[in-house]
Each structure stands twice: as C-alpha cells, then as structure tokens.
Design a protein around this ligand. Sequence first.
Ligand code: NAP
Length: 307
Amino acid sequence: MTLINEIVYTVGAFCCGYFVMNILVAILDGLCTFVGSRNLRNYGSWAIVTGSTDGIGKSIAKELAKQKINLILISRSAEKLSSVAKEIADKYNVEVKTTAIDMSQTSTADYSNIHKTYADLDIGIIVNNVGLSYDHPEYLDTLDTERMWKMIHMNVLPVTALTKEFVGSMSSKKKGLVVNVGSMSGLFSTPLLSVYSASKAYVHTFTDALRQEYAEKNIHFQVICPMFVSTAMTGMRPSISCPTPDAYARSAVATFGKTNFTCGYWAHSLQTTIYGLVPKFIFESNQMKVLKRGRARFYRKQEQKKE
Ligand SMILES: NC(=O)c1ccc[n+]([C@@H]2O[C@H](COP(=O)([O-])OP(=O)(O)OC[C@H]3O[C@@H](n4cnc5c(N)ncnc54)[C@H](OP(=O)(O)O)[C@@H]3O)[C@@H](O)[C@H]2O)c1
C-alpha cells in the first residue's frame, strides 16, 4: 500500500467514525429528550399560548390542557378563539381565557394590557408560538413589502414583549418555563426565505441569551425548532418527516422543561443532525436549488390559474 493509500484510508476511517459518533450522540440525546416527561403543573396552573387557534399552537394548547393546565389563548380571530376555547374547555375540563389581537401590528399598550388582564393568575408557562413565513420562496427585492414588515413584527416582537411582561413575576416566584418556537430555517440560513430565516435566528439567540440572564431565577428557556409540520403554513400532507400538528405537539410538549434546544420531533432531530454533517458548500448549493425550484413551481401555478 502506498503512502497516499494509507492517508486516504485513514482520513476515510476518521470521517466515517466522526459521522457514526455524531449519529450515536444524536440518538442518545434523543432518548434523553423524547423519553419520559415533566409534570408541567409544577411551573404553575396557567399557560399562555400565542397563535393558538390552529396548527402547532392549538395542538400544544391541547397537550397542556391534557395535563390540567389552564390556558390563556392569544390569537387573531375572536370567533376562532371562542370556538377553540370551548372545544378545549369542554374536552379537558380546564379554564380557558382568550385575547384576540393581530400580532402583526401590535403596540406597547397591547402587551401591558395583556399583563394587566392576567397579572393575578399563576402563569408558569409561556409558549411563544405565533409566527409568519413566506407564501413562496422569493428574492428580497421582489418580496411583498407588507408581508416583510408583518413577518419581522410577528416573529420578533410578540416573543420579546410578551416574555418581558411576565418574566418579572416568574423571577419573583423563582420558577417558570418559556418555550419559544423557532425553526430549522433559523438554524441553517435559508436563501429565498431570508427574512423568515433571520427572524427565527433572532428567536434562537434571544432564548439562549435569556437562559443565561435568568439562570439564577430558575426560569427555563427552551427553543423548539420544527422542520416541516402539516399545517396551513406549509400546506404539506402528513408523512413520516412531516407530522400532523397533533403528533408534533405530543412529542414536543413531552420535551418541555427537559432540554434547552430540541427540534421537538424525532424525525426532525435526525434530519437536522444529518444536515449538520453535510459540508456547508454542498448543503447551501443544494438548498438554493431546491428553493429556486419551489419558487418556479409557485409561478408556474400562478400562470396556470390565469389561463
Ligand atoms: N408548520 C411548519 O412546518 C413550521 C416549521 C418551522 C417552524 N414553524 C413555526 O411554528 C409556529 C406555528 O406555525 P404553524 O405552522 O402552526 O402556523 P399556522 O398553522 O399558520 O397557525 C398560526 C397560528 O397563528 C395565528 N395567527 C396568524 N396570524 C396571526 C396574527 N396576525 N395575529 C395573531 N395570531 C395570528 C393563526 O390564527 P388563525 O387561526 O386566525 O389563522 C394560528 O392560530 C410559527 O412560529 C412557525 O414559524 C412552523
């Protein structure tokens, strides 16, 4: 065997070992994260969930109600809120209060009013779930400007301002759980979804920073970071890698209070681990191709609708 062969074999063995080690660590981490769950009532008897009339937020609210946690649902439509509140209260025998607010155009007063309304309740958990994405992959210069403003507002302000309102009382009680819904796009910068991707990176960084800031106050800050979930946002059919919101929430809520960061669903964690092992230049060029194809498909469909 030549020296070159030996070097190639050694590097190959090292790379395989590195890959296998990462997968094993991910599996072990997954076992610790996804097996068993905490008694979430220990944080307090009430939870706030934003964006809770549909999709992941509604399913998370139902999972919390199963654990006999009373709910404050904050979402856009008063009508949908009262129907979801009735559905959950009847099924799980918990108290449900609601606040209707358009979280894409909030003001300072909106958050202080929410605080005033619910200040007397024993709020132990906040799930900052509300979020807005693109309706199709797009270049920044041709992205609808109003959507861009709404996206930044909705993905950044509610998580920040709502947490600010309630973190003080959690600090005084020396307990609390704040779960912020990020995204895989916040983890891997995503072209043609740049504004969404960057706004979700904010959620990740904000949560990490607060965890350190309030470490002495016994408040747990956690990011859950889904990939694709079959909701109105994605319009995708359920599959092994794209769970229904109920399946996603069942798995994600079981991780609440147990880890700082999780994709919330085993298939998403596995995908994220594998993507993290792909060399960046390969991952990025492939990602751009896939999103360009998605953009082209969107415009083809628009053309077909016109015909
Ligand atoms: N679905 C995924 O694949 C995926 C992947 C990664 C991350 N995420 C993140 O997960 C979170 C939830 O996503 P989802 O797919 O469950 O979304 P969704 O199905 O579109 O539901 C969003 C929820 O937010 C509410 N909402 C929408 N606009 C609002 C506004 N302006 N003000 C107040 N509430 C508003 C909706 O109310 P209405 O019922 O009135 O519409 C609904 O209850 C988001 O933060 C998203 O970025 C989702």
